[in-house]
Design a protein around this ligand. Structure first.
Ligand code: TMP
Length: 211
C-alpha cells in the first residue's frame, strides 16, 4: 500500500491552527479519507506527560536545551507510536505542529543552532518529514492577544510560553516566513486574519491540490 500523506499545521500561538486542523479533518473524512489527527507536543501518553512539563508556568527555569530535548522526546514517541504506523497503513496524518515549530521557536526564538535541531530531527524522526505544511500567518500582536485571552477564558494551565514578550513572537513569525521562502513548495502560507470559513476554504484549496 502507498504511504499516506503527512500534513502539518504551523503558526504562532493564537493563529487558529487547531480550529483549522479540525475543519480540514472533517472535510477530508467527508471525502472518504482515513484521517489521523495528532498534536505536538503530545499525541501519546508519554507525549502528554512531557507536554505538561513543557507548558507548566512553574517550570519557568527550563533551559533552552532542556526544552529542545523535551520537544524532540515527545516527537520521537509520537513518530514511533502514532505517525509512522498511520502513514504505513495509508492514512492521511494531520499534525498540529512538528519540527518547523522547533526550528522557529527554539531556533529563531531562543537562538539555538538550526543544524543541531535538524540533527536531532534525524535522530528522533528518521526520514519522516511533512509532504505539505500549512503556515497560518497572522501578526504577532493579534495572535498573542487571541492566545492569551483564550488561555484566560478556559483557565488553561499551559501558559509558560505566554510569558515570552512580543519580540520573541515577532522573531518566531519572521522565522516561519523565512522557512516558507526557503521551501515554497512544501510550506504554503495562508493569511489567517479573515473569518474562519474563508481561511478554511483557502486551506482546503492548498490541500486539495495535493490529495
Ligand atoms: P500549542 O499551543 O500550539 O499546542 O503549542 C504549544 C506551545 O509549544 C506553543 O507556544 C509553541 C511551543 N512549541 C515550541 O516551542 N517548540 C516545538 O517544537 C513545539 C511543537 C511547540
Amino acid at each position: 500500500m502507498a504511504r499516506g500523506l503527512f500534513l502539518t499545521f504551523e503558526g504562532i500561538d493564537g493563529c487558529g491552527k487547531t480550529t483549522q486542523l479540525a475543519l480540514l479533518s472533517e472535510r477530508l473524512r467527508e471525502a472518504g479519507h482515513d484521517v489521523l489527527e495528532t498534536v505536538e507536543p503530545g499525541g501519546t501518553d508519554a507525549g502528554r506527560a512531557i507536554r505538561g512539563i513543557l507548558l507548566d508556568p512553574r517550570h519557568h527555569a527550563l533551559s533552552a536545551r532542556t526544552e529542545l530535548l523535551l520537544y524532540f522526546a515527545s516527537r520521537a514517541q509520537n513518530v514511533t507510536e502514532v505517525i509512522s504506523p498511520a502513514l504505513q497503513r495509508g492514512a492521511t496524518v494531520l499534525c498540529d505542529r512538528f519540527t518547523d515549530s522547533t526550528i522557529v521557536y527554539q531556533g529563531a526564538g531562543r537562538g539555538l543552532d538550526e543544524a543541531t535541531i535538524l540533527e536531532l530531527h534525524r535522530i528522533a524522526c528518521g526520514s519522516i518529514f511533512p509532504d505539505l505544511t500549512i503556515l497560518l500567518d497572522v501578526d504577532a500582536e493579534t495572535s498573542l492577544a487571541r492566545a492569551r485571552s483564550r488561555n484566560r477564558e478556559t483557565g488553561s494551565e499551559e501558559t509558560r510560553m505566554d510569558d515570552e514578550d512580543g519580540a520573541f513572537f515577532a522573531r518566531v513569525r519572521e522565522g516561519y516566513l523565512r522557512l516558507a521562502a526557503r521551501e515554497p513548495k512544501r510550506i504554503r502560507v495562508v493569511d489567517a486574519r479573515g473569518p474562519v470559513d474563508v481561511v478554511a476554504q483557502n486551506v482546503w484549496e492548498e490541500v486539495n491540490a495535493l490529495v
